[in-house]
Design a protein around this ligand. Structure first.
Ligand code: GLC
Length: 820
């Protein structure tokens, strides 16, 4: 515990890095080489590479000047090969005029000063974006990039950071760190490092991705009219990502670093965890309790106590004498097991994983050739070198141990890597083989978790016979979304931590990580019934939904605080399951476009000044807006509704947006709104996605006020990779409302899953007029409406709700509801 002595005058130190005094100096030559512009200056070189989708990469080579300088443009594994990425390379024109060179593409125009290599950025339409001062470095080749920013600039992204949504006025460090100290706004580094900064200027949004997996800094605090991007080791290798809007930045950034694959359905269910469920009997009892209480649950997690002496790839024979039998029993209840796997391998001559890894040279070595050994849960341990393909393959294949028992999900923890020593990680001079191009740990520290998740996901995939694996990770780097979902680590059962998880997960989403969530209820400290209720209400709509708590904390399964809390948790976990067809469709959109599942309002309403730093509301996809209660003893709250008409999900009451309203929120109520024009699919509550065979789809249409809306419903088997071969269905809904007719057009974009035997129930909610003639018809090839069928309908006058049943369409069709 710190005392006031921490701020004693003798202890005051300068914050932040100094800016080096060396720069490129006068430019001596500029060469074009295919997609590269090579700027050779007095003190070094800068390569500017034109990439597909208008992105531009900059890599600095301090000291490497002259025509024969060796300039390697190799990227880290964060970047997916761009050659076959489908994007076309924009035309780039280089001109020389006066004291500058100009490089122009349709997306961006760069002016490069001949005097010092400083760069001015403009959009393709000559709109000023920012000036970048000459990159500056010091003797240790730590580099600083300084960019000007407008007064009204706002900052987003940066992955998993504490604090508010808008990072203006903050400074962060990128260094994957196991932080058990409470996560407070002043913590600059947590488990994930995603060096993507999204800069939202008044009329232009762009991104900067600094691809350096060593220690780096982003400083939006030191100056009011500029911000800094700094490296400590490795290279200044960054990407300018044009917008012009935030969606453009996120989608381009994820085309660069990859997008998630569709997770299995069960990974989107409710998950229950604790450090630790101690025995096979306890796990089975827990599963039976979920079923007896009819609380949906898809997965139970095994924390470190399932292992024998914390040795990964083992089960403790006394606590878990028959894991296979347990897993088979759980399967009948529709519950899967997700065991924890940490990277630390116990140093134990009699432990086959240690022996095999040592004999084959799979562990990280110190410069003297001895393995790096450090303490973690199993005691002294060694750590696989995931930069070596052969070590990663070995590690991946070890997962056969789990898959052979029927396990399809793995939880990767402690993979910063966390080590219980003063530096809290591996010695920085530990060497990584890196497939023949050795690098020190200090240079690639932030890649360790990503590489471990990659090895795990690939290994699981190899062993799952066409099923999709689920991997959860604590540590990661840019691109982690390709391999794993992310949970935000060891939070606490504080109301503040519940509130902070909103901007945290929103910024993770803007940083490419769409599948993320916190420990619901809080990990450390002790939750209360009220906090658990409020957190479960919110968490039920988060992309990743797991309740997890620490060894010494009070129990926090949904039934631990009496019948009222249990009932509300059941209802909201049930809501998640009812909304799964929507959630899954939004996940598919994220997998296709990189856009987040959980969205800050600023992503959808970038021009609304009320939402630039709105930290306590979020959108699920585009259509649902949630405003959770995150303070104790609170039964109403202010909700900001952006432009448009919004409908209370529970009561149907309509509100004109562009203003604040006061929402009633007794304990059992999460303020939730649907955008007018929304099309929201629901399914009946199921207790597990494994039990969902008999589902009937209800598609709720929120018409009214001449609203328009669209939605794409995605369906597949939710379990296998067959969707890649076309086994999926995609329907596009478009709603148009005119004075006396509502038209719902349903286009079948792909029809490779489900049959026309399946019935869809369409519910037109809160109709603004009394329905008369209802026509359902095909849309002919020339776009004409061939209305004929009169479907089975039911009109509920009190609710002003029209229900009609149709078969799952296999070709384009339209439904027209005329006013009586
Ligand atoms: C770390 C993890 C936590 C886990 C614990 C024991 O603290 O973040 O989720 O329960 O280790 O494995």
């Amino acid at each position: 515990m710190l005392t006031s002595e921490a701020i004693s005058p003798d202890k005051v130190q300068a914050v932040g890095r100094t800016i080096g005094s060396m720069t490129l100096g006068p430019v001596q030559s500029v060469r074009r080489q295919e997609q590269d512009l090579i700027i050779s200056a007095e003190n070094g070189s800068l390569v500017i590479r034109i990439l597909p989708r208008g992105m531009i990469r900059f890599k600095l080579f301090p000291g490497a000047a002259g025509e024969d300088a060796v300039l390697s443009m190799k990227s880290t594994v964060a970047v997916v090969p761009q050659e076959n990425s489908g994007g076309t390379l924009p035309e780039a024109r280089l001109t020389e005029e006066g004291d500058k060179y100009t490089l122009a593409t349709s997306e961006a125009i760069l002016s490069i000063s001949k005097q010092d290599g400083g760069i001015s950025f403009m959009s393709g339409s000559r709109q000023f974006i920012a000036d970048q001062a000459p990159l500056a470095w010091d003797e240790s080749q730590a580099v600083t990039g300084l960019f000007t920013a407008g007064k009204s600039a706002h900052f987003y992204g940066l992955g998993e950071k504490t604090g508010a949504l808008d990072k203006k006025g903050e400074r962060y460090e990128m260094w994957n760190s196991d932080v058990y100290a409470p996560h407070v706004p002043e913590i600059e580094a947590l488990y994930q490092s995603i060096p993507l900064l999204v800069v939202h200027e008044e009329d232009y949004t762009y991104g900067l991705f600094l691809d350096n997996p060593g220690r780096t800094f982003f400083d939006m605090r030191s100056n009011t009219d500029s911000f800094l991007m700094q490296t400590e080791t490795g290279s200044m290798d960054y990407y300018f990502i044009p917008g012009p809007d935030m969606k453009g930045v996120v989608s381009r950034y994820t085309s660069l670093t990859g997008r998630m694959e569709l997770p299995p359905h069960w990974a989107l269910g409710y998950h229950q965890s604790r450090y630790s469920y101690m025995s096979q009997e306890e796990v089975l009892e827990l599963a039976r309790t979920f079923r007896a209480k009819q609380i949906p649950c898809d997965a139970i997690y095994l924390d470190i106590h399932y292992m024998e002496g914390y040795r990964v790839f083992t089960f403790d024979p006394e606590r878990f004498p028959d894991p296979k039998g347990m897993i088979a029993e759980l399967k009948k209840l529709g519950i899967r097991i997700v065991p924890i796997v940490d990277p630390g391998v116990k140093l134990d001559m009699n432990y086959p994983v240690f022996k095999e890894g040592t004999m084959n040279g799979y562990f990280c070595l110190k410069p003297d050739g001895q393995p790096f050994v450090g303490p973690v849960w199993p005691g002294m341990s060694v750590f696989p070198d995931f930069t070596e393909d052969r070590a990663s393959e070995w590690w991946g294949d070890l997962h056969r141990f789990y898959t052979e028992m029927g396990i399809e999900g793995i939880w990767n923890d402690m993979n910063e890597p966390a080590v219980f020593n003063p530096s809290m990680t591996m010695d920085l001079d530990t060497m990584h083989g890196n497939n023949g191009e050795p690098v020190s740990h200090g240079e690639i520290h932030n890649l360790y978790g990503l590489l471990m998740s990659e090895a795990t996901a690939e290994g699981m995939k190899r062993n799952l016979n066409g099923h999709r694996p689920f991997v959860l990770t604590r540590a990661g780097y840019a691109g982690i979304q390709r391999y794993a979902a992310v949970w935000t680590g060891d939070n606490r059962s504080f109301w503040e931590h519940m509130a902070m998880s909103i901007p945290m997960v929103l910024n993770l989403g803007l940083s490419g990580v769409a599948f993320a969530g916190p420990d619901i209820g809080g990990f450390a400290h002790h939750t209360s019934g009220e906090l658990l209720v409020r957190w479960t209400q919110m968490g039920a709509l988060f992309p990743y939904c797991r309740n997890h708590s620490e060894l010494r904390s009070i129990r926090q399964e949904p039934w631990c605080f009496g019948p009222e809390v249990e009932e509300i948790c059941r209802e909201y976990i049930g809501l998640r399951y009812r909304l799964l067809p929507l959630i899954y469709s939004v996940f598919r959109e994220a997998a296709e476009t990189g856009l987040p599942v959980l969205r800050p309002l600023v992503l959808e309403y970038p021009e609304d000044p009320n939402v630039t730093n709105l930290c306590d509301q979020f959108l699920l996809g585009e259509q649902l807006l949630a405003a959770p209660v995150y303070r104790p003893g609170t039964t109403c709250r202010a909700v900001y509704l952006p432009a448009g008409t919004w409908i209370d999900y529970w009561s149907g009451q309509r509100y004109e947006g562009g203003r604040h309203i006061l929402a009633e929120a007794p304990l059992e109520r999460l303020p939730l709104y649907v955008k007018a024009g929304a099309i929201v699919p629901h399914q009946p509550v199921v207790e597990s996605t494994a039990l969902e065979a008999q589902r009937e789809l209800t598609i709720d249409v929120y018409s009214g006020d001449e609203s328009a809306g669209h939605f794409e419903l995605y369906e597949d088997d939710g379990l296998t990779l067959d969707y890649g071969a076309g086994a999926y269905s995609l329907h596009r809904f478009r709603l148009r409302e005119e004075a006396s007719v509502i038209k719902l057009r349903i286009d079948t974009l792909h029809s490779g899953y489900g049959t026309s035997q399946d019935t869809w129930r369409l519910r037109f909610k809160h109709l603004s007029f009394l329905p008369g003639e209802i026509a359902v018809g095909a849309i002919s090839a020339d776009g004409a409406f061939e209305g004929s069928n009169s479907p089975e309908t039911y009109y509920d006058e009190a609710e002003q709700e029209l229900t009609l049943w149709i078969s799952r369409p296999s070709s384009d069709m339209e439904i027209r509801i005329h006013q009586k």
